[in-house]
Design a protein around this ligand. Structure first.
Ligand code: FES
Length: 572
C-alpha cells in the first residue's frame, strides 16, 4: 500500500476540515474508529428502474459491501448514471461519454481509495472502464450478469436476435401480432442483461479479458447465487488491491487491449466493442488503429457458439466453463503475462480451467467460424477512415457485391419507404443510411441493420447489403457495413452518394468503393452543405462540438487520456 491512504486527506484531517468531513458522514451511523487507516471503497452502482438490465445492481452492491467490511475496508455505495439501452432516446450511446465523465469526476472528488463499478447494460460497462482509466485508482469492474435463458413455446429464445427474427416474421405475415406480444416476457425472464453475445455480454467479457474483472465473473447469470458470491469476493479483493496499489494503468496496456481484440473475435463479439475499445485505448493512452482490429483477429477462429452468430446463450456459455475455459482454447494467441485485478497474471488465472461443453465452446479444430471471419475493417473511397462489417453475421454470397445504391438521409425516411410494397427495390440493391453517425444523429444509434423492405421480405429475403455511418445492436445479423468514417455530417464521402450510384463491397480486399469518378464527386462536394446546428444548446450542443469519429471511439476530444486522481487546485 502507498504509505498514506488517499482518503486520509479527508477523514484524518485535523481541525475544522476533518470535523466537517467526519461529522456529516457520522450521521449515517458510522463509529469514530472507522475513519482512520481503513481503505475507503466506493461501490458505484449504475442502478435504475429505467435501466431494467441494471435494476438489481443495488442488491448486488450489498454483497460487495459485505466483502469490503470483512476485509477491513470502509464501503460507500454511490449511484452512477444508469444508461438503459431499451428506453433512452435518441440512443444511450449519446450519454456514454457523460456517464464516463460522471464516474471519473465522482471518483476523483470523493475520499475514495478503491472502487468497484457495477455495470450491465451495454454502455454502462465502457463508460465505467473509461472513467476508471482516466482517474486511475484501483478498480474492479463487476457486471450484473446475463438474464436467464429465454424460452418461448418450447424454443430457447435470445434477447434481440429473436426479436429481430420475430419482427421480420410479423412483417412477412408468418407470425401473428398476438404471438409476437406473447413472446415479450418469454425473451426477458429475469434480472440481468441481454442473454445473447450482444454488446452487454461482449463488454462484460472484454472487461475480464482486459484484466479489470475477476476471473470467471463476466458470464455468471444475474440470478445465480454465484453472482452474489462474486460480488462478495470483489469486495474483499478491492481492499487488497488498494493495499497493493494496483491501478488500471498497470493492467490496461497495449497488450491487454490486444487480448481483448483477440477474445472479441473468438466469442463472435459485438461490432460495438470496436468503438468502445477504441475509446478505452484513448483513455489508457495506448496507440490503436482501426486496422489493428482486423490484423489481430485474422488468426482467431470464432469458437463460442452463441447467438447472434451461433446457437446458444450466455447461461450455456457459463455452464460450459465461461471465459477462462474459452481462453484456454486460444491461450497461444494471448499475452498470458498481463497483470489482472486478481493480483495475478491472466495465465495464472486461467490455468486448469476446463471446457465442460464442446458444443458451446468449440475446440479450435472445429470452430463455429474459421479464422478471419470476425469483424473486418474496410477502407476505400467511401470510407477513407474505415468502416466495419461483422463477417460471422453476414451472408457469404454478399461479401463480394456491386449494386445500385438507394440512399436515405434519416432512419424515419427509410422506415416509411421500407413499408411501401410498390417500390422497385431488388435483392441486389444496396441500402445506404447516412447522417446517423456520432455527430449526425446525434449519438450514432443502432439503426444500421435496416429492415429488409416489405416488397422483398414477403418473398423470403432476409439479407441484403446495407451501409451506414450508424452502429447496429450486437444482437443483430446481416451483411451490414457500419461506422463509415468520416460520417456524412462531417462531410465524409457518404454524404455525396446519390440513389442510382453503384457501390462495390469487396470483403476479400477489405474495400468499400463508390463507383463514381473523382470529377463528379468534386462537383457534388461543391454543392454539399453541412447540417446546420446553430441554435442548439445544452448537452447535445456539447456532444456535437466535441465528439470524435467512430474510429477514435466517439469519445469527447477533451476526455481522451488519463488525468489521475489528484483533486484539481487553482494553479499557483
Ligand atoms: Fe440492456 Fe441488452 S438492453 S443489455
Amino acid at each position: 500500500m502507498s504509505e498514506k491512504l488517499r482518503s486520509s486527506d479527508w477523514f484524518e484531517a485535523k481541525g475544522k476540515l476533518g470535523f466537517y468531513h467526519r461529522s456529516h458522514t457520522k450521521s449515517e451511523g458510522f463509529p469514530n474508529d472507522l475513519f482512520a487507516n481503513r481503505p475507503v471503497i466506493g461501490i458505484g452502482a449504475s442502478w435504475s428502474e429505467l435501466a431494467p438490465c441494471n435494476a438489481h445492481l443495488h442488491d448486488i452492491a450489498q454483497s460487495v459491501k459485505a466483502g469490503v467490511w470483512e476485509a477491513g475496508g470502509f464501503p460507500f455505495e454511490f449511484p452512477t448514471l444508469a444508461l438503459g439501452e431499451t428506453l433512452m432516446r435518441p440512443t444511450a450511446m449519446l450519454y456514454r461519454n457523460l456517464a464516463a465523465m460522471e464516474i471519473e469526476e465522482l471518483i476523483r472528488s470523493n475520499p475514495l481509495d478503491g472502487i468497484v463499478l457495477l455495470v450491465g447494460c451495454d454502455k454502462t460497462t465502457p463508460a465505467a472502464i473509461m472513467g476508471a482509466l482516466s482517474c486511475d485508482l484501483p478498480t474492479i469492474i463487476l457486471s450484473g450478469g446475463p438474464m436467464m435463458n429465454g424460452s418461448f413455446r418450447g424454443e430457447t429464445v435470445g434477447s434481440g436476435t429473436d426479436l429481430w427474427r420475430f419482427a421480420e416474421d410479423v412483417r412477412a405475415g408468418v407470425m401473428a401480432e398476438e404471438e409476437f406480444v406473447a413472446s415479450e416476457a418469454c425473451v426477458s425472464r429475469s434480472a440481468g442483461h441481454c442473454t445473447t453475445m450482444g454488446t452487454a455480454s461482449t463488454m462484460a467479457v472484454i472487461s475480464e479479458a482486459l484484466g479489470l474483472a475477476l476471473t470467471g465473473t463476466s458470464t455468471i447469470p444475474a440470478t445465480d447465487g454465484a453472482r452474489r458470491t462474486a460480488a462478495h469476493i470483489a469486495g474483499r479483493k478491492i481492499v487488497e488491491l488498494v493495499r497493493m496499489d494496483l491501478r488500471p494503468s498497470q493492467i490496461v496496456t497495449r497488450r491487454s487491449i490486444e487480448n481483448a481484440i483477440v477474445i472479441n473475435a473468438a466469442i463472435g463479439g459485438s461490432t460495438n466493442a470496436i468503438v468502445h475499445l477504441s475509446a478505452i485505448a484513448g483513455r489508457a493512452e495506448v496507440e490503436l488503429d482501426l486496422a489493428d482490429f482486423d490484423s489481430l483477429a485474422k488468426e482467431v477462429p470464432t469458437i463460442v457458439d452463441l447467438k447472434p452468430s451461433g446457437r446458444f446463450l450466455m447461461e450455456d456459455f457459463h455452464s460450459a466453463g465461461g471465459l477462462p475455459a474459452m481462453m484456454v482454447e486460444i491461450a497461444d494467441l494471448l499475452h498470458l503475462d498481463e497483470m489482472t485485478v486478481t493480483g495475478q497474471s491472466l495465465g495464472e488465472n486461467i490455468a486448469g480451467s476446463k471446457n465442460y461443453n464442446t458444443e458451446v465452446i468449440r475446440p479450435r479444430q472445429a470452430p463455429l467460424f474459421p479464422a478471419g471471419n470476425a469483424t473486418v475493417v474496410l477502407h476505400g473511397n467511401l470510407a477513407p477512415n474505415g468502416a466495419v462489417l461483422k463477417l460471422s453475421a453476414a451472408s457469404p454470397e454478399l461479401c463480394i457485391h456491386s449494386g445500385r445504391a438507394i440512399v436515405f438521409d434519416s432512419i424515419e425516411e427509410f422506415n416509411s419507404w421500407a413499408d411501401d410494397e410498390t417500390s422497385d427495390v431488388t435483392a441486389s440493391d444496396i441500402l445506404v443510411l447516412r447522417y446517423a453517425g456520432p455527430k449526425g444523429y446525434p449519438g450514432m444509434p443502432e439503426v444500421g441493420n435496416l429492415s429488409i423492405p416489405k416488397a422483398l421480405v414477403k418473398s423470403g429475403l432476409r439479407d441484403m447489403v446495407r451501409i451506414s455511418d450508424a452502429r447496429m445492436s450486437g444482437t443483430s445479423f446481416g451483411t451490414v457495413v457500419l461506422h463509415v468514417s468520416p460520417e456524412a455530417a462531417d462531410g465524409g464521402p457518404l454524404a455525396l452518394v446519390e440513389t442510382g450510384d453503384v457501390i462495390t463491397l469487396n470483403v476479400e480486399e477489405r474495400r468499400l468503393d463508390l463507383e463514381v469518378d473523382s470529377e463528379e464527386l468534386s462537383a457534388r462536394r461543391s454543392r454539399w452543405t453541412p447540417p446546420d446546428y446553430r441554435g442548439e444548446s445544452g448537452y447535445v450542443s456539447l456532444y456535437r462540438s466535441h465528439v470524435l469519429g467512430a474510429e477514435k471511439g466517439a469519445d469527447f476530444d477533451f476526455l481522451v487520456g488519463r488525468r489521475g486522481a489528484a483533486v484539481p487546485r487553482r494553479p499557483t
